[in-house]
Design a protein around this ligand. Structure first.
Ligand SMILES: Cc1cc2nc3c(=O)[nH]c(=O)nc-3n(C[C@H](O)[C@H](O)[C@H](O)COP(=O)(O)OP(=O)(O)OC[C@H]3O[C@@H](n4cnc5c(N)ncnc54)[C@H](O)[C@@H]3O)c2cc1C
Length: 461
């Protein structure tokens, strides 16, 4: 049983991995010459890695952690102290921490919040705690209903003082979806808070020990190919060929460098492409179906990942930092956090610039200049001098994860489609995690399960 999968991001690779476990033969076709999609990374001429995004793994990622276990690469996750660290714009050069003690949830989270007195006052914490009561009592059902409100609207309705938003939730909202609380759906923030508060190690963070392409995607490819599957790079799907009944007959791969075009046929087909290119590739007959029409409500959000190499150490913090800067989101000194990027003498900062809509069209030099200006505020002890910028890389993703504004939950499709031999995978498809690595891995697993289920009940022709 051959399954053709378009896209070698985490969703496509996870789908292929679980299909091989079920005894099927996946053939993954990737448009680019690099694995990983939004976790893709490249080596520059000096041998330094740069990435599509600064990626954090959370304790609340059960499917991802299970996958690491199944691939026997758990030692590649570098777990950090259980804390969240924020820059303090009012006191440049200083940090405020939420330290989670080693006691059961939710008490560890509550203690972390109560012990932090830099960012919120006691009345603000109490008001916010009271605001969360409906989410705690009614659980995920309530969280899903709140998709109609932005997080700013939700905070107002719960009478939470505006400073709670500016102090904490601009940073959290930008970290989760690269947009501010006035745009993000309440469901996104409340889902994350739920996981972080309900699971003892939910908010514990890990960095991979090297580039995701080599350290996570390659072991997936090895696993798939050792079991008879294939993963082909430079194999862009140009068209889903469909028959009169609307079923897929093949994936059309255009000819390149003198090679003829190819029609790849299989028993079952999966799109693990992002939602934006998928929408452009829907065959005409499918466009009339409500299932595919809902995809028009989903669109990738722009984000920029900036890498800066310095001639000296700027910080010895071995963790993710929430910058709380209007320009930047989270960042880390990768020379401390990641084994393969380690350097005892020089810092390499990897910073996420978000919201990025106003910056995505700018030159790399402009983006770096603006980032450096922000760093002067965060590290007044190092800038404008003496720290010297040695080199930089800027990676722009004009359409990254889907923009999780209010109402998007209703647009997220199931992995099973109305087309009997065609399925969807991807972080944007419906699964209980947000658009994230965990969501992508889970979606791939759900797609494999849906295919197996349908084959068992013979729904696939
Ligand atoms: C800057 C940034 C930071 C992030 N930080 C985090 C984080 O800290 N933690 C976290 O959990 N998540 C994070 N994410 C989100 C995470 O990277 C994504 O949710 C996840 O990787 C998406 O996986 P996917 O397989 O669904 O999609 P993708 O990774 O987009 O994979 C889709 C693949 O399909 C391929 N494709 C497209 N068109 C075609 C075609 N025509 N033919 C064949 N192939 C095609 C693409 O090239 C791509 O490889 C971050 C994302 C970014 C951009």
């Amino acid at each position: 049983m051959r399954v053709a999968i378009a896209g070698a991001g985490l969703a496509g690779l996870s789908c292929a991995k679980y299909l091989t476990d079920m005894g099927y033969t996946p053939i993954v076709l990737e448009r680019r010459d690099v694995l990983g999609g939004k976790v893709a990374a490249w080596k520059d001429e000096d041998g330094d890695w740069y990435e599509t995004g600064l990626h954090i793994f959370f304790g609340a990622y059960p499917n991802m952690l299970q996958l690491f276990k199944e691939l026997d690469i758990e030692d590649r996750l570098q777990w950090k102290e259980h804390t969240m660290i924020f820059n303090q714009p009012d006191q440049p050069g200083t940090y405020s921490r939420f330290d989670f003690p080693d006691i059961p949830a939710p008490v560890n989270g509550i203690v972390a919040i109560l012990r932090n007195n830099d960012m919120l006052t006691w009345p603000e914490k109490i008001r916010f705690g009271l605001g969360l009561i409906p989410a705690m009592i009614q659980g995920q059902n309530y969280v899903e209903q709140m998709d109609k409100y932005s997080f700013s609207e939700w905070l107002k309705q719960q009478n939470v003082p505006p400073r709670v938003e500016t102090e904490v939730f601009i940073a959290m909202s930008k970290a989760l979806n690269f947009i501010g609380p006035e745009e993000i759906s309440s469901t996104v923030i409340l889902t994350a808070l739920n996981r972080f508060l309900q699971e003892k190690n939910g908010s514990k963070m890990a960095f991979l020990d090297g580039s995701p392409t080599e350290r996570l995607c390659q072991p997936l490819v090895d696993y798939i190919t050792e079991r008879g599957g294939q993963v082909r790079l430079n194999a862009p799907i140009q068209e889903f060929l469909v028959d009169e009944s609307g079923c897929v007959e093949g994936f059309l791969i255009p000819g390149r460098n003198g090679a003829p075009e190819e029609v790849l046929t299989a028993d079952v087909y999966v799109s693990a492409m992002p939602v934006d290119p998928l929408k452009l590739m829907l065959p005409k007959p499918w466009q009339e179906l409500d299932y595919f029409k809902q995809l028009q409500g989903l669109e990738g959000v722009p984000v920029i990942n900036v890498h800066l190499w310095f001639d000296r150490k700027l910080t010895d913090i071995d963790h993710l930092l929430f910058s709380r800067s209007p320009l930047l989101s989270v960042y880390a000194d990768m020379s401390n956090t990641c084994k393969e990027y380690a350097n005892p003498d020089r810092s390499m900062l990897e910073l996420v610039l978000a919201p990025a809509a106003d910056w995505i069209g700018n030159s790399d030099a402009d983006i770096v200049a603006a980032t450096m200006a922000e760093l002067e505020k965060l590290f007044p002890q190092h800038f404008p001098s003496p720290a010297k910028l040695l080199k930089y890389h800027v990676v722009k993703t004009p359409r990254s994860v889907y923009k999780a504004t209010p109402g998007r939950q209703a647009c997220r499709p199931s992995q099973k489609t109305p087309i009997p031999n065609f399925y969807l995978s991807g972080d944007y498809t419906m699964q209980r995690y947000l658009a994230s690595m965990e969501g992508a891995v889970l979606s791939g697993k759900l797609t494999a399960q849906a295919i197996q289920q349908d084959l068992r009940t013979s729904q696939v022709p």
